[in-house]
Design a protein around this ligand. Sequence first.
Ligand SMILES: [Zn+2]
Length: 215
Amino acid sequence: MINKVEVVKIISCLRKKAGYSQAEFSEILNVSPQAVSKWETGLSLPDIDILLNMSWMFKTSINNILEGDDYIDEVAGIEREFLFLNKILKCPKCYNDLKLNNNINNLTYECNNKHYFNIIDGVVDFKTREISGEQWSLSYRNYDEYLHEHHWLGNPNYKRGLNKADVIWEEIVKHRPKIILDMACGTGQGIKHQIKKINWPVTIIMVDISHRILK
Ligand SMILES: [Zn+2]
């Protein structure tokens, strides 16, 4: 049996933790502000599809929204994103599940074959490495050359074919994904424009060979 008083507390607590006002929250979930106020006063419960969106938005399970979240507050100092990744990351060496390990000063993901990966500055370090002199691109010799190519509006490459960002957006809006894996994200310039247009809860996992650029 669902305890409505508990649910009221949990939803309002998760919303405040995420820093949303009731109005912002209702806009993101595409419901009326009255609906949010009803959930938070116990007059009604959110529909299943709204709960699903909330679970993605707050990186928690529907169970936790309905029954209380017992692990987020326990693991102090760990961002919810890392706990969430815990459920989907595989070890790149042996493909076993990776589990988050909270050692005293050191947050790591470990598999049961003892492969471990540090979390440094908010980035999971999979021990990839940059190739000296080739970190900007295989096509450019150095950063200046890269900047010249990308900031030069007369570059005929800009006029060839479809705009890449538009093509990607068409796919995104068609599938309305809950998770986007941005391979070779670099500093995130590509996904930045898509994020502005996404109006549903989504988790974006950004992967790049360069830990320095990810930071
Ligand atoms: Zn492993």
